[in-house]
Design a protein around this ligand. Structure first.
Ligand code: ADP
Length: 159
């Protein structure tokens, strides 16, 4: 089942990428003919990992998934979508707590560019509780993160 001819953009900080993010990339790549994972270089978010590292590990973790590209982006997301000729934004919903922020974001993006749609995907239930910030915290405290992140992220977190 593919929405042929449509390119989707999956934007985020991916700080660091987790298996929840990758789960979503796999799902989205089955729906759209092209998927750009767009990593923000927004410094206001005070990322824990450099942009280049986040891009590098995402590229490695998605290299076998057809139709997927990983790129950096800065500035307004809708401007980036226009530049890429993309009409769909992919975002993830884990729990009700995500809803309010994602709802605001989706409606704002629609206000800025009426032709786009935000498509929400849910991860496999084993990743529902997973977030980049939680992974960073568990790693910092020396907990096992083996089944939570791609292999390269494990190395990154261990410094
Ligand atoms: P943000 O873009 O807000 O900085 P992230 O980079 O962490 O957040 O995530 C990008 C998108 O992926 C968001 O829509 C977020 O809800 C979603 N996401 C993050 N972790 C997961 C997960 N474990 N399962 C599904 N979606 C997720």
């Amino acid at each position: 089942m593919k929405v042929k001819t449509i390119t989707a953009v999956y934007p985020g900080s991916f700080d660091p990428p987790t298996n929840g993010h990758i789960d979503l990339v796999v799902r989205a790549s089955k729906l759209f003919c092209g998927l750009i994972v767009a990593v923000t270089d927004n410094q206001n978010k005070m990322p824990s990992f450099p942009l280049e590292k986040r891009i590098e590990v995402l590229k490695r973790a998605t290299r076998n998934i057809r139709g997927v590209k990983v790129e950096r982006f800065s500035g307004l997301l809708v401007r980036y979508l226009r530049k890429k000729g993309a009409k769909v934004i992919i975002r993830g919903l884990r729990a009700v707590s995500d809803f309010e922020y994602e709802f605001q974001l989706a409606l704002m993006n629609r206000k800025l560019y009426k032709d786009i749609e935000t498509v929400f995907l849910m991860p496999d239930e084993k990743y529902v509780y997973l977030s980049s910030s939680l992974v960073r915290e568990v790693a910092r405290l020396g907990g096992a993160i083996d089944c939570l992140v791609p292999r390269d992220v494990k190395k990154l977190l261990r410094g």
